[in-house]
Design a protein around this ligand. Structure first.
Ligand code: SF4
Length: 216
């Protein structure tokens, strides 16, 4: 069986380390990266979750698609897409020995190895949180009350005959989302920087994009 490294090297010329790929955005994580996260080599505070139903760019086929499951990604640096682990001056990865699977497979001049694995075995929040008593229940509850599909449906209804009811439902979801984020920080004493991994990006930040992609 070929290792990921062998698979990547077989595909063609080696990486020139120009940093361009890393500047375009951090990778999504796969189950092969689970140990790197659980050991703290890739800390949770540097991750965020794209939740099922969110609109994402398909980097292999191109175009926009809806995420079918969690996509856990490495955050960008200071409001940019540039991976938080890129040492910009040196054009070097600060976690090179522990870089995620997609970074090991990526070769911009021979993308086949990454394309084959791109959608396979993505890491989910459940993989990392299921055994943490109480926390997974909270994340699951938030997912049910504030699912992207439910929010999208209510946004669509907010200009129809059920407008008032739909606007009330959207308002409830936004308030619940904000409440649960505060709760884990203030009562649970969790690092505020891991909140976007636990619950995805704030609903208030997603609403404008959801309106746009739903033609509202
Ligand atoms: S983890 Fe390292 S190799 Fe991967 S995108 Fe970030 S800086 Fe680049």
């Amino acid at each position: 069986m070929r290792t990921d490294r062998q698979e990547s090297e077989k595909e063609g010329p080696s990486c020139r380390r120009c940093g361009t790929c890393c500047e375009k955005g951090g990778p999504a994580l796969h189950r092969a990266d689970r140990d790197r996260v659980e050991s703290g080599k890739i800390p949770l505070k540097h991750l965020f979750t794209i939740r099922p139903g969110e609109t994402v760019r398909d980097n292999v086929r191109g175009g926009l698609v809806r995420a079918e499951s969690d996509i856990i990604k490495i955050k960008g640096r200071k409001g940019t897409w540039c991976c938080v682990f890129l040492d910009f001056r040196e054009k070097a990865c600060r976690i090179y020995e522990d870089r995620p699977l997609e970074c090991r497979l990526l070769n911009c001049r021979a993308p086949e190895a990454l394309e084959r694995r791109y959608e396979q075995d993505r890491l989910c929040r459940k993989d990392l949180l299921f055994s943490i008593e109480g926390l997974w229940d909270l994340v699951e509850d938030h997912e049910q009350r504030c699912s992207i599909e439910r929010l999208r449906k209510q946004l669509r209804s907010s200009s129809g005959p059920r407008a008032e009811q739909a606007r009330g439902a959207v308002d409830f979801m936004l308030r619940y989302d904000a409440h649960v984020r505060r709760l884990v920080v203030e009562k649970g004493k969790m690092d505020p920087e891991i909140v976007d991994f636990l619950f995805g990006r704030p609903l208030s930040a997603l609403v404008p994009g959801l309106r746009k992609t739903s033609g509202l």
